[in-house]
Design a protein around this ligand. Sequence first.
Ligand code: ADP
Ligand code: GLC
Length: 493
Amino acid sequence: MSKGLNILFCTSEVTPYSKTGGLADVSNSLPQELNAAGHPVRIITPKYGTLDERRLRIYEIKRLTNIEVPVGDKIAICNIKSSFIVSPKGKAQVFLIENEEYFGKSSPYVDQKTGKDYPDNDERFIFFNRAVVQVLGLLGWQPDVIHCNDWQTGLIPAYLKTIYAKDPLFHNVKSIFTIHNLAFQGIFPHTSFLKSGLPENIYNEEGVEYYDKFSMLKAGLVYSDAITTVSENYSKEIATTHEYGMGFEGLLKKRKKDLYGILNGVDYSVWNPERDSLLPFRYTSKELPLKRENKKALCKHFNLEFNAETPVIGIISRLSDQKGFDLIKNAIPEMMKENIQFVLLGSGDKTYQKFFEGVKKKYTQKVGVHFGFSEELAHLIEAGSDMFLMPSKYEPCGLNQMYSLKYGTIPIVRATGGLADTITEYKNGKGNGFLFNKYEPAEMMKAIKRALKLYSNREEWIKLIRQAMAYDFSWEVSAKKYIDLYRSIMKKG
Ligand code: ADP
Ligand code: GLC
């Protein structure tokens, strides 16, 4: 057997320490799968706010305290703490970067009071990136590959190719950069660039400059040895159209031979109704009456009357334009004419929150809403709903549609990005959900109506549920693709 690779996985969120979306799930489950395949992975991430260090078993590493990290003219102090994520796959070490000024705030990117990005996000993530590179020299462990994720880690490949290029410690260290969401581009003024300590000669169109601004996303895209994104379809979309490339389509086209689409996987030790400890009733595809018991619990939670004939359509989502909420907003009057109940768990954009509060008031008997972040309720919605709605404007991968399949909760999705790679229209006994193409409320309604029609045919619906539950999106295949890619970039000079 060939020698395992050492991988450093850099991420701005990872469960159970922090989470705003799917990146946190992926940052927990992919490293464990890589570890299980014989490749020692260490994860490095900021430690936000005040975590319960005892419960999460976070420990100080004495020799890794008071490390000095330059941020512009300042010297910021960094402490590294250690913890382990443990799952049936094994365990992976996590290094948590602590700095009160930058990460003392409990939310990763957005001030919960104002709903706006923290004004010092430039310094916070310059600090994180620089600390990662600096700390490596002190760990006594050399990675073969540094795996970066999204703009919050975009400077790391740039540091490796510039100020640390001659450092023997980084000789032969390769980097890959995974795009989870191109809409977040880490754009700051030139003054922020100056704080990064990167050489002035890379502040141009070929380097990190993006329309007279500094883009930390662009740094990752330009300087990494390979770029990946989280589905095959999205990798094509972003390199061909402005709509999906969001200004980076030209650069991505240029780097096309280094751009790979690798579908995210699901951690079935967390998202599986058979073993889900957060559910009132666990079930398999042979025990669907127990799924119905979860539906009763879900209705009760939202104060809705349970009715077997009335399908519950669920949503768990960041409240953002990406997720197609303007379509839903437009379609609500039409939707409410149907025999459905609708439950939503979401956090984010306050205007959508206001809108759905209004919907709840108007259609009290049919609608349940919960604003905020709740892991427990997310699992109950997956299990208790009959259908899961995800009409995204764009979707790099999407995890909830895959979770839904496992819970026998039929996805109704827009055919975009990873949604199109994982969901196929149920027709003539084949497929696993319902899709629409054009980003229009009427098109979404047609897909919903097709789902409702099938729901009224109990026998067919059960057949579809069983079929959906049999889909397997576990990490094994995708993790292998990452390993092959790590090996291939290591061969490059
Ligand atoms: P994205 O990363 O774009 O938000 P994904 O579908 O990849 O979309 O992942 C979303 C993840 O975040 C899922 O694990 C989902 O259950 C979770 N999630 C989103 N909003 C909430 C919420 N309000 N409460 C609990 N979990 C949520
Ligand atoms: C992003 C994307 C989502 C993807 C997740 C994890 O937040 O919006 O589609 O599943 O990252 O890769």
